[in-house]
Design a protein around this ligand. Structure first.
Ligand code: SF4
Length: 238
């Protein structure tokens, strides 16, 4: 599974289609064995990577973190796209329901969003990733200062010691490229974008960013920029 860093650098120069082709060629059994997955919050970037992957692997596992706090529009869009694209959706949930968590801890997204994200996102995702060797994402460097050093191909290690490849084919893409691809390929998008949202997660922690600010500056009221799913696994390649 391990690639030499020099080979990883080559991927940075390839088109998004060529990156996906290369990864699939090097992991020919990933699709059939289900060892390859995509995390998908049904944002525009995720839908592009999904569109490209599903053309090659129609039943690619699509991991959605169902926190119980998403916008109604997100749930409705998820359900429409699952039906329209016949997706192999893995709906990941926390150990506790929202009601049980709120009864035990109160409204953690107001008092301790780090803990809330850990319980409702990080724990279920990392448990699910134990089953996969290649993890595709829709992350882009431009989204946030915390993503400036993102590489197309990274080696990651989960807290359990499980190692996997994390692949972000859109790492170098701009916001304009995202919407060009979406329009040219006539991909239906989450309607909340039409109201000015640029990074869409759980409803209580998502706001429209100010003009000119980073896309993710509208998340968590500026208190933090990441939920932990992309920062709590360890980069194993420096
Ligand atoms: S984004 Fe907000 S509501 Fe969602 S899991 Fe994190 S703190 Fe909780």
């Amino acid at each position: 599974m391990t690639r030499a860093p020099a080979q990883a650098e080559e991927l940075e120069k390839l088109s998004v289609e060529a990156i996906i082709e290369r990864l699939l060629a090097e992991h020919p059994s990933a699709g059939s064995r289900g060892a390859l997955c995509l995390t998908c919050s049904f944002q525009a970037e995720d839908m592009i990577v999904l569109d490209l992957l599903r053309q090659r692997l129609p039943q690619v596992p699509v991991l959605f973190l169902d926190t119980g706090y998403h916008f109604p529009e997100t749930y409705a869009y998820r359900d429409r796209m699952v039906k329209a694209w016949n997706l192999n959706l893995h709906n990941l949930t926390a150990k506790q329901s929202v009601a049980d968590q709120e009864a035990q801890f109160g409204i953690l997204n107001q008092t301790d969003p780090g803990r809330c994200c850990h319980l409702r996102k990080v724990e279920p995702l990392f448990a699910a990733l134990e089953n996969f060797d290649v993890w595709f994402t829709g992350l882009r460097r431009e989204q946030s200062p915390t993503r400036r050093n993102l590489k197309v191909l990274e080696h990651h290690e989960l807290p359990s010691g499980k190692k996997l490849l994390k692949v972000s084919p859109l790492a170098a893409w701009t916001w304009e490229q995202v919407w060009k691809y979406t329009a040219e390929n006539q991909i239906e998008y989450l309607p909340l974008y039409d109201f000015g949202y640029r990074s869409i997660g759980c409803e209580p922690c998502t706001a429209v960013p100010s003009l000119g600010a980073d896309a993710r500056s509208g998340r968590w009221g500026g208190r933090k920029l990441e939920c932990g799913i992309h920062t709590e696994s360890k980069r194993a390649d420096g």
